[in-house]
Design a protein around this ligand. Structure first.
Ligand code: NAP
Length: 308
């Protein structure tokens, strides 16, 4: 079979850091075009927008949407209507409800829609899921604390409605949580701190539980200086399990079980190729629904303005 001809839409940080190398390393898929308003890549056909790309004679089979979430729905709908397979960066959109029409078009057109959650491909996730399936869970603590100035320099879209603020990274923790726990979880309370000049939170605490009543607490901070923390700690009847560094490391009662170099995006592209080959989609909005619920139910406070 000839390789899937893929276009990247939005050649920004994540597209350059992760998508380009993963595409180059994945059999069965190749980079055929870029659609980005400003950014270009030597030797690769360039279009300023996805609309210009789809209206052109450039042959592509699929698109990877690496733009900010606020504009994704229109781009994904246009691509699916044009008969292209669609890979969505996380979060899959700016709202939960915008996914239903995309699922419908993908089904009607027989194309693949893939809502990626890159953290679910981290090496600690599957061993943690298998461990937790065998043990009684007593509590879960999430600490997701990073410095927005280091990891998202100058990204104004992250502070706009739909940009999620501190939940842009923290949704990765929720994507892991909803993958490793054996039962569905739901939000019971939240507190969100909004900078006076911004439309998205800079800090948050979220309380969740599951159908067995397990207490789950998430503490999120976008202004963490010094050591950065992307940890999920689960207390069980079989000891304490800690996924650390966003799921790159796994500890049991403090002893290291896994410490691997991340290969999340290689897993994403292998899965995308497989989904297309088998005519399937993989759509899960659960982590985004939890964020939406935290916004729905959360008490809000206004804190000092944020500037980069
Ligand atoms: P980014 O560096 O800002 O890149 C997004 C690119 O999209 C921009 O460079 C821009 O390229 C294009 N774009 C199109 N419309 C835009 C608009 N209205 N505002 C800003 N840019 C626009 O963002 P990113 O960090 O790559 O994040 C993109 C998506 O990937 C987000 O959903 C994010 O959550 C996800 N993600 C990011 C990371 C990370 O570590 N950064 C990790 C995993 C997932 P042109 O100017 O050329 O159009």
């Amino acid at each position: 079979m000839s390789p899937i001809r893929l276009a990247i839409i939005g050649l920004g940080k994540i597209a350059r850091d992760q998508h380009l190398p993963a595409i180059a390393a994945t059999p069965g898929i190749e980079l055929a075009a870029i659609a980005s308003r400003n950014a270009t890549l030597d030797g690769v056909p360039h279009f300023p927008t996805i609309e210009a790309l789809l209206a052109s004679s450039q042959a592509i089979d699929a698109v990877a949407l690496c733009t900010p979430p606020q504009g994704r729905h229109a781009q994904a709908a246009a691509a699916l209507e044009a008969g292209k397979h669609v890979l969505l960066e996380k979060p899959p959109g700016a709202t939960v409800s915008e996914l239903a029409p995309l699922i419908e078009v993908a089904r009607r057109s027989g194309r693949t829609l893939f809502t990626t959650w890159h953290s679910r491909f981290a090496p600690a996730v599957e061993p943690a899921r298998a461990f937790l399936a065998q043990h009684a869970i007593r509590s879960v603590t999430i600490e997701w604390k990073e410095d927005v100035r280091v990891w998202h320099p100058g990204q104004e879209w992250i502070w706009e409605p739909g940009g999620l603020g501190v939940f842009d990274p923290a949704i990765n923790a929720l994507s892991i949580l909803t993958c490793i726990l054996p039962r569905p979880v739901f939000v019971t309370g939240a507190h969100l701190a909004f900078p006076a000049n911004r439309a998205a939170p800079v800090r948050a605490e979220v309380d969740l539980t599951d159908t067995a009543g397990v207490p789950i607490r998430a503490e999120l901070d976008f202004l963490q200086t010094g050591p950065q923390t992307w940890d999920i700690r689960v207390e069980t009847d079989g000891g304490s399990l800690t996924l650390s560094s966003g799921g790159a490391k796994l500890f049991h009662d403090g002893a290291p079980l896994i410490d691997e170099k991340e290969a999340e995006y290689a897993g994403i592209y292998r899965h995308f190729v497989d989904l297309i080959a088998n005519g399937r989609s993989d759509v899960d909005a659960t982590p985004l629904a939890l964020v939406a619920d935290a916004f729905l139910i959360g008490r809000r406070s206004v804190v000092e303005p944020f500037e980069y």
